[in-house]
Design a protein around this ligand. Structure first.
Ligand code: GCU
Length: 664
């Protein structure tokens, strides 16, 4: 029976295909190695029902499970070999051993540990990061699963056991970095870098450290004046640098292995270098110098755009912002600066093109920012299996040259980072967890957290592979798991259809970002418009419009700028089209808008019915909590369907060619 709290690390007795030896021989390592041994032992107990003996001295002639260091392997990598009477898990370092142990346990749980098995794995990316948008008052910005795991009422407030369980879940999927506070650093959170709070932060760091996870702290660029009483935060002012240098030395006393700072600057009202007419390279480099003596890094967000746009002004295009701001700075950042770029040019929409800044930066380390928390994808009320779109993003080829076999897909480039052949270093993502017993509000949203970790480890994994693994680990092998896998895989397309198909973006209720409000952003300052009128919809981003298409490399620009070649799931992002534009299926754009919204609702209805068919095979609590979310999702999907269809029917006066009900 599923224990929601345990997520994909369920206690479930499995029949092993081999006899798992009852002794673990572990080489002596550090703290994380000790965790690996404990996890192996408790994992074997969880799955096979016995507690193996742990012995230090490894005699390779014996039968046993061996945890060994092997200096020939790459950092964080592992190998697993299964022979007649031995299981050998090798790694170059502690983290590698821990990942090897978890992979072994995952395979054991899925019945995949067999004689002769030999696996070698290396994480594609050295930086596999989670961002928490947790506030000191205990709320979470864009959090849909209860309060913060870390804070309450303006202070740290955490349950050690719960944090350890969280660290275990993350480490089991390969996560190795985590930022602990909201990128909007407001109120008491500014004090996080003062001694009063660092003591507690250090305790948190100690728990994550045991699982090989290093912390980042989000800082406020204005801290030198808001905390330090300097009259400026100008990055080129020596006093400002001296202030940060001293701050860093205090912070590193408490958390010597702090990974560094995460910075949201000049973004949505946060202070930044622009205030002092300095560049983002000036800002990031100043901080980078301050943390460098301690081995720290600066993760600098590229979510910099004008959020005071006049909707009347068609010449300005928010989609251009990241590239326009950061491309000219390529090469100007110090080597311990990493740019964190949202995957799309807008803001975590259900479907956006991959931002052209990716891969274009040839001299600057950068990571892709995803959003596991479902801000625009259903608030963890609606089911939306995100690896579905992450897979598309990972497969985007930034060069896309048809004349060569060579691929420049994001997933290949990330894999090449360590060889120095690319600057795309991995992923960061805003997480979806909170104090709810099942961590993620919607129990099936656990699959998104799991999927993110797996994808950062191996971006070549498909959504189907991830769904399969997660379902098997959570629900066991068999029919039930298979049906849930299908439900997961159907969920993203259904959501996209009733929400914002064809890359149209932003028809959502302002601020909350749940439910439809078709013109909610049309006359706002946020720069996210679709400009639907009686004849046409969408933004012309070709050279005859805002020219955004030209930020892409040649072949991609050629594809995106040509409406007949542009992928249809993005066509309204790049083009302003008349409603009678003929789509590839022979129907008009308008008819496609109607069709997708009807289908999106129908597919959601079917998912809910499929879930109901599982009633007798699931435990009541899980069945009912997911069912109640499907019931809310159906109300939401219906609202989207009917409001959108009515809106376009009223604009055009053209009925649905299948005569389905559109409310006048
Ligand atoms: C979105 C989101 C904000 C968040 C911001 C960010 O705009 O709605 O809540 O602060 O992204 O990524 O910084």
């Amino acid at each position: 029976m599923l224990k929601e709290y345990d997520c994909w690390l369920q206690e479930r007795k499995v029949t092993a295909k081999i006899k798992v030896p009852e002794v673990i021989y572990a080489q002596k390592g550090g703290e994380v190695c000790a965790t690996a041994v404990r996890e192996l032992s408790s994992g074997i107990n969880r799955l096979l029902g016995f507690v193996p003996k742990v012995q230090k001295k490894a005699d390779l002639k014996n039968s046993g499970v061996f945890l060994e260091f092997d200096s020939y392997l790459k950092p964080e990598s592992f190998s697993i070999s299964i022979t007649e009477n031995q299981i050998l898990i090798c790694a170059a370092d502690d983290n590698g051993l821990l990942y090897g142990v978890f992979r072994f346990l995952f395979l054991l749980a899925q019945g995949k540990i067999t004689h002769g098995l030999q696996i070698n794995e290396t994480p594609a990316s050295p930086l596999r990061m989670i961002n928490h948008w947790d506030n000191f008052d205990g709320t979470i910005e864009r959090g849909y699963a209860g309060g913060s795991l870390f804070y309450k009422d303006g202070n740290f407030d955490f349950d050690n056991k719960r944090i350890e369980d969280y660290a275990r879940l993350l480490a089991s999927t390969g996560i190795n970095r985590l930022s602990i506070n909201n990128v909007n650093v407001r109120a008491n959170a500014k004090l996080l870098i003062t001694e009063k709070y660092l003591r507690e932060a250090a305790k948190l760091a100690a728990i994550f450290r045991r699982y090989g996870i290093r912390l980042f702290i989000s800082i406020n660029f204005g801290a030198p004046w808001s905390l330090g009483k300097l009259e400026t935060a100008d990055p080129l002012d020596e006093r400002v640098f001296a202030w940060w240098k001293e701050r860093a030395s205090i912070i590193y006393k408490y958390i010597p292995d702090l990974a560094g700072f995460l910075v949201k600057a000049d973004s949505e009202g946060e202070p930044g270098p622009f205030q002092y007419e300095r560049t983002h390279a000036d800002g990031a480099n100043m901080l980078a110098k301050a943390v460098k003596p301690f081995g720290g890094e600066i993760v600098w967000r590229c979510f910099v755009y004008n959020c005071q746009q006049d909707w009347r002004d068609h010449s300005f295009d928010r989609a251009r912002a990241a590239y326009d701001h950061f491309m000219p700075l390529d090469g100007a950042f110090l080597e311990n600066v990493i740019l964190q770029i949202k995957f799309g040019p807008y803001d975590f929409q259900v479907r956006e093109p991959v931002t052209p800044l990716f891969g274009a930066l040839l001299k600057t380390r950068h990571v892709m920012e995803l959003q596991i928390t479902q801000e625009y994808t259903g608030h963890q009320i609606d089911l939306c299996f995100l690896p579905h779109v992450w897979q598309d993003i990972a497969r985007f080829d930034i060069v896309n040259n048809e004349n060569t076999e060579r691929k420049f897909r994001i997933m290949d480039l990330i894999g090449k980072y360590k060889e120095g052949l690319s600057n795309i270093e991995g992923f960061a993502s805003v997480v979806n967890v909170g104090l709810d017993n099942n961590w993620t509000g919607h129990t099936l949203a656990q699959a998104n957290l799991y999927g993110y970790g797996r994808l950062t480890w191996n971006p070549q994994l498909s959504a189907k592979e991830i769904a399969q693994e997660w379902c098997a680990l959570s629900f066991g092998e068999g029919e039930t798991a298979k049906k849930i896998e299908d439900i997961l895989l159907n969920s993203y397309p259904a959501y996209e259809k009733y929400n914002a198909p064809f890359g149209v973006c932003f028809m959502v209720t302002p601020n909350s970002h749940y439910g439809p409000n078709i013109e909610g952003y049309e006359f706002s300052r946020w720069g996210t418009y679709h400009r639907a009128d009686a004849n046409a919809i969408g933004i012309d981003r070709t050279p005859s419009g805002t020219g955004y298409t030209e930020q892409y490399s040649n072949e991609n620009a050629a594809i995106f700028r040509d409406a007949s070649r542009c992928p249809e799931n993005l066509i309204l992002f790049f083009h302003r089209l008349r409603y009678d534009f003929k789509m590839k299926n022979g129907n008009t754009l308008l008819q496609n808008i109607y069709d997708t919204h009807f289908e999106g609702y129908d597919e959601t209805f079917k998912m809910a019915e499929d879930w109901k068919s599982l009633k007798d095979s699931l435990q009541k609590e899980v069945y009912e909590s997911v069912l109640s979310r499907f019931e809310m999702q159906l109300i939401n999907a219906k609202e989207w369907r009917d409001q959108i269809n009515t809106y376009f029917f009223r604009k055009t006066g053209i009925p649905d060619n299948k005569n389905r009900k559109i409310f006048p």
